[in-house]
Design a protein around this ligand. Structure first.
Ligand code: ZN
Length: 69
């Protein structure tokens, strides 16, 4: 299984995991940062991941969506 590496830009309030994400593609290499930056996952990346994984979220996605109960 390929695990997508998270990346983000200081310019955006979300992080990306899919290189095919439109919002991630507009980022220039100069502003790309590794990791989530402590930001929520991009909705488009979440949708792409869900399609690829047959509805299963990656653990990293769940971690980024911790909900206090
Ligand atoms: Zn994205």
């Amino acid at each position: 299984m390929s695990s997508a590496r998270a990346f983000h830009s200081p310019r955006q309030k979300i992080h990306h995991r899919d290189r095919g994400c439109g919002a991630g593609l507009i980022l220039s290499p100069d502003e790309l940062r590794a990791g989530t930056g402590g930001k929520d996952l991009c909705p488009e990346c979440a949708e792409l991941a869900r399609a690829k994984n047959g509805g299963l979220f990656e653990p990293a996605f769940l971690e980024s969506r911790q909900i206090a109960t």
